[in-house]
Design a protein around this ligand. Structure first.
Ligand SMILES: C[S@@+](CC[C@H](N)C(=O)[O-])C[C@H]1O[C@@H](n2cnc3c(N)ncnc32)[C@H](O)[C@@H]1O
Length: 202
């Protein structure tokens, strides 16, 4: 059984390019979740797919620790969490063609116009993300913010290396018990629309 310390992986040093498989006992398909929050998706996906190696990245210390503790309590061997800035991690520390599935659920929308530049999903980030995806890998993005969704659609459509595919084709639903990420559940209860887009690396 893994201790919390085994589940929490250190962020890379300046200039370091990681080998994601080095964090796991054996190799397998690699999936990355950006902004994993309390780890609801990681838990569900990790339990339903023991063959998958999952890394959740979370910036907020409180959520990061909560997620790691959750994975330890459920005795998941195939999930790791890292506390770092996911944008920097993807742009500077991931090797090319290592990701099988990239999950981004409810990224912070930064609704004020003057804060839009802080949004994660912009061309330089997507360029780096695509470089880190294997041929045929999928990217799934979900948000409750219509304005941000429009921007996400435009950025994805504007990248030659990505082809939009049906959400169902991207293989999102991990098991029958899955109720959604924490934010998805909260917003669905409030009756808000949820917008989804999936794309495949060419
Ligand atoms: C709106 S919450 C969504 C959490 C979860 N994905 C869900 O759907 O319930 C966004 C999360 O992304 C994290 N986050 C935002 N920017 C980040 C970044 N650059 N790197 C890592 N985590 C980030 C926040 O701390 C927060 O926990």
């Amino acid at each position: 059984m893994l201790a919390m310390e085994d589940i929490m992986v250190e962020p890379p040093a300046d200039g370091e390019v990681v080998d994601p498989m080095a964090w796991f006992d054996s190799p397998g398909p690699f999936e990355l979740e950006i902004g994993c929050g309390k780890g609801g998706f990681l838990l569900s996906r990790g339990r339903a797919h023991p063959e998958v190696r999952l890394l959740g990245i979370e910036w907020a210390n409180k959520f990061y620790k909560y997620a790691a503790d959750r994975m330890a309590r459920w005795k998941l061997e195939n999930v790791r969490v890292m506390r770092t800035d996911a944008k920097v991690f993807v742009m500077h520390h991931l090797p090319a063609a290592c990701i099988d599935v990239l999950h981004i659920y409810h990224p912070d929308p930064w609704p004020k116009k003057r804060h839009h530049k802080r949004r994660l999903i912009q061309p330089p980030f997507v360029e780096a993300a695509v470089r880190s995806m294997k041929a045929g890998a999928r990217m799934l993005v979900q948000t409750d913010h219509p304005g941000y969704f429009e921007q996400i659609q435009t950025v994805i459509a504007g990248h030659d290396g990505l082809r939009e595919i049906a959400w169902e084709e991207a293989g999102y639903i991990p098991d029958e018990d899955w109720g959604g990420t924490n934010y998805e559940i909260k917003y669905a209860r409030e009756g808000r629309d949820i917008f989804r887009i999936a794309a495949q690396r060419q």
